[in-house]
Each structure stands twice: as C-alpha cells, then as structure tokens.
Design a protein around this ligand. Structure first.
Ligand code: SF4
Length: 331
C-alpha cells in the first residue's frame, strides 16, 4: 500500500478554559489514502470539526493545546510547518468548505474582488508571480462556471448578501478549488441549506470530486449525506474514533453500539410503521469525560470492564471497531 495522503496518529487535543481542560480529541488514529471519500459522522460535539480544523492547522493555540500525536500530510508534519509551508498546505494541499458561507465571505467586498485576492494569494503561495487582476478575474469567472453558477461575469460584481445561501456556498466551493487542492474537507456543507438546494450542492461536490480526482473528507451528523457521497465512514464519539470501515458494510452491519444507535435514530420513510429511536442520554462533558469507554454511560451493552478500560480500536469484520463487546453486536 502506498503512503497515505493524510496520516493522523495518536492525535490528542484539548482546550483550556476557565472551567478547566476539555479533552476534545483523545488519540485519533486515521490514515486517508489519495482518492478516498471519507465521511466523518457523529453527534454534534463529538470532535469532528476540531479534527478537520486540526488537519489544516486552523485550531487556535491557545486555547487549543496539543497533548500528543502527529498529523502528516504527504509525509510532512503539519505542526512543524513554517508559515510558507503552511500557506502552501492551505489551498494547494488542503481546502475547506464550511457550514455557513456568510461567515467566510466578507460582506463589504464584491465576490469578484474576494476571489481575485484568493487566486493571487494562491499564486504567491505556490512560489510563482501573482497573475494580474484581469487574468485573476478571468480565472474567477471560470471557477464560478465550474460550480455551475449562471452568468459568472455578472456575479463577480455582486456582494455576498445579494446571493442566496446555495449560491454563496457555491462561491465558497469555487474559492476552495482555487488552489487545486488534493484534499477537500467539507464541514457540514449543506446543513444551513434547504433540502432541494442541499441535494444540488451535494451533487456538485460529488461531481467535482470525481472530475478532479480529489480526496474528500466530509463531516456531517447526517448519515444520509455521508452515505450519498462517501465510500468509507469513520464514526466518532466524544473525541474518539469508535468505528471505521466501508460505508456499505457499516450501514448494513454496524459493530459498535454507538453506530447502531445512530442508525436506529434515522427515520426510515420506506418502512411504514418504523419508529426512529434516539440514543438516550447526551454526549459527555469533556471537562471530565467518563473513564474507560466514553460511551459507557449511554451504552445498552455496557459491563463493568467498560468503565475501567478504554477499548482499543481493533480490526474486526473488515473494519476497525473500539468496543470490548463488538463480537456480540448484531445488526
Ligand atoms: Fe458499550 Fe462497553 Fe462497547 Fe463501550 S466498550 S461501546 S460501553 S459495550
């Protein structure tokens, strides 16, 4: 097997605050090969977004604090990168799209001006002279066309508030593609959009990933979204990876009680009378996470061992599972 594009090993991250230290990521091991489409799923607050931001070194330190482990992109230690290498990583290596595009678009500048600035900045990060504003504007129009926005030339002269949520998200996707990245991280990219627009944006992401041979890391709490775009699923709970494998296998035969719970919580509209069953309880307070398996206070299969011993992420049935009783979990 070739070296992974992204290699996260034993990654432990905490946030220091007035109330103490929240241990938000607790030993994440995750390797992603070039060309993979990986969905990271879990309830809100389980650490998915912090993990995604860690990859592009976007977690502010402090209050963030690395407690251990490493993140390597194309073999390079992300935390050891100097500013130049980091600028190259963000854009040419890793690009991100986020849930709320308005937060990332400047409301006082026209779309064209923002895209031109990003294009020229990427030129510099790549070590070549920045193209002129006219050439950058032509490239910006080309990118807006790629994300299927009509009349790109006219759109360049508009302000973010003049666009719909779906159009703004497309602009953000165009921005993410500016540096021809290898890994695209999409963090809840459609959560703020209505259902019809969601489907269009997901289709667009899927088509761009296929056409540009991108590696995709899609963060979502929505299993349907993950299933539509990703061939591999990584399930996270309270800052840990609890199950990781082929999407088809995990959806058909989940081996971690938390994955089972997530699947049982999704309403099945094709099965009349089917009732979605939410997982009882809540994500634990990470200022004082439960000892042993972090899921044990909510787990229907918990035994005494679960509260005392953290389960290792081990190979089972063609995937990785972190559960002492995974062999007993039936679909
Ligand atoms: Fe449940 Fe124990 Fe497995 Fe954790 S290790 S998921 S508590 S059975």
């Amino acid at each position: 097997m070739t070296a992974p594009l992204l290699d996260i090993a034993g990654w432990r991250l905490a946030f220091d605050g007035f109330e103490g230290r929240a241990q938000v990521l607790d030993g994440i091991d995750l390797a992603v090969q070039a060309g993979e489409t990986v969905g990271i799923v879990g309830e809100t607050g389980c650490g998915k977004s912090v993990l995604a931001r860690s990859v592009a070194r976007l977690v502010e330190m402090p209050p963030g604090r690395v407690l251990g482990g490493s993140i390597r992109f194309e073999g390079q230690d992300v935390m050891a990168m100097d500013q130049r290498a980091l600028a190259r990583l963000r854009g040419h290596g890793v690009a991100m799209i986020f849930q709320d595009p308005m937060t990332y678009l400047n409301p006082v500048f026209r779309i064209g001006s923002q895209l031109v600035d990003v294009i020229r900045a990427h030129d510099k990060a790549a070590g070549r002279p920045a193209r002129g504003r006219d050439a950058a504007r032509a490239r910006a129009a080309e990118l807006l066309g790629q994300v299927r926005l009509p009349e790109p030339d006219r759109l360049l002269d508009r302000y973010p508030h003049e666009l719909s949520g779906g159009m703004r998200q497309r602009v953000l996707i165009a921005m993410a593609l500016t540096g021809t990245p290898k890994l695209l991280i999409a963090d809840e990219p459609t959560t703020a959009l209505d259902v019809t627009i969601q489907a269009q944006v997901l289709r667009l992401i899927a088509d761009l990933v296929a056409a540009q041979a991108l590696t995709l890391m899609l963060i979502s709490h929505d299993l349907g979204v993950i299933g539509a775009l990703c061939r591999r699923v990584v399930v996270m709970y309270a800052g840990t990876v609890v199950e990781d494998g082929a999407a088809e296998a995990i959806f058909a035969d989940p081996r971690h009680p938390y994955t089972r719970g997530l699947l049982a919580a999704v309403p099945d509209l094709e099965r009349p009378g089917h009732r979605a069953r939410p997982i009882p309880g809540h994500i634990p307070n990470l200022l004082s996470p439960p000892p042993g398996c972090r899921f044990h206070p909510r787990c229907p299969l918990a035994v005494a061992r679960c509260a005392g011993e953290k389960p290792a992420l081990r190979d089972l049935a063609g995937r990785r599972v972190a559960c002492h009783r995974a062999e007993e979990v039936a679909a």
